[in-house]
Design a protein around this ligand. Structure first.
Ligand SMILES: O=C(O)CCC(=O)C(=O)O
Length: 280
């Protein structure tokens, strides 16, 4: 792994691609673990997403996934009664947000020497992992992710958020690879999602306005499976609907530097078990 210029390229573009970051066996192990998750979805996870009236219940389920493993379906996978319209193995949008603590496979790779080397190359002093997700983006059904900055959701002051996005399939134009606006991290966090944890409903509100960007502002970040994309918390990025016949699985997690910044108490995701450092 060549980490030369990693920091300067990251600071210039707001993202960096590292090809062949994990080896074939490591990728296989993570992908199998992601597939296994689809075979063990608790029944109550499905009922949570049964009706559109269940938003309060859905929100509770979402909030509780901070320190847990929550299962989130593609909106087109369930009918109005919450019954599956497609095979269970293809129905999930994502699973999160504490795989890095609660699933032994994802824990090993998140806290691996390879990840630690990247954090050191970026100059992070005390990186801690705040969340993790397995994203399926399954063929035909994997929905689009609209343009956003990750720091909208995981705000740290000052902002030191870095996303690790690991391709477990080839990510192509056809199956919904990431797209990003180079240099967009040099602007501020346009919008923040705030959550009042003192309020029982724990509803989220948005503060600020996220601007409209042109499609032509984005460039595609295609990469082969086993590649890693590092994404600055303020880089505007998105991904398209997967219209292909091929899956686009990815494992992703976010770190911030606890030595340099404070995690906002107004972020939706709060931990009771504590964020674990990659190193101190
Ligand atoms: O994997 C994707 O398609 C999008 C992921 C993303 O944008 C995110 O996790 O912030």
């Amino acid at each position: 792994m060549n980490l030369e210029n990693l920091k300067s390229n990251f600071e210039r573009d707001g993202y960096v691609i590292l090809n062949d970051f994990f080896n074939e066996n490591e990728v296989k192990e993570m992908k199998n673990a992601g597939i296994e998750l689809t075979q063990n979805v608790p029944v109550d996870a499905k009922t949570v997403f049964k009706t559109s009236q269940a938003s309060q219940e859905t929100n509770k389920y979402f909030m509780e996934s901070s320190d847990n493993i929550g299962y989130f379906y593609e909106k087109d996978a369930l009918d109005n009664n919450g019954d599956l319209m497609i095979d269970q193995s293809l129905a999930l949008n994502k699973v999160g947000h504490a795989l890095h603590r609660l699933n032994p496979i994802f824990e090993v790779y998140t806290y691996s020497e390879k990840v630690i080397s990247v954090c050191r190359a970026l100059g992070l002093i005390q990186p801690v992992v705040a969340q993790s997700m397995y994203i399926y983006k399954n063929p035909g059904i994997g929905g689009e992710v609209v343009p956003h900055q990750d720091s909208t959701f995981l705000y740290t002051e000052p902002d030191t958020l870095v996303g690790f996005w690991i391709a477990l399939d080839n990510a192509t134009l056809e199956n919904g690879c990431l797209w990003a606006i180079p240099g967009s991290h040099k602007s501020h966090v346009y919008q923040r999602m705030l959550c009042n944890h003192a309020d029982n409903l724990k509803k989220q509100t948005f503060q600020g306005i996220f601007p409209k960007f042109n499609d032509s502002d984005f460039i595609p970040l295609t990469l082969k499976k086993s590649g890693l994309i590092l994404i600055h918390g303020r880089v505007v990025h998105k991904s398209d609907h997967n219209k292909s016949l091929l899956s686009r699985h990815a494992y992703t997690f976010h770190v911030y530097d606890e030595d340099k910044s404070k995690y906002s108490e107004q972020n939706w995701l709060q931990t009771k078990i504590g964020f674990k450092a990659l190193y101190i």
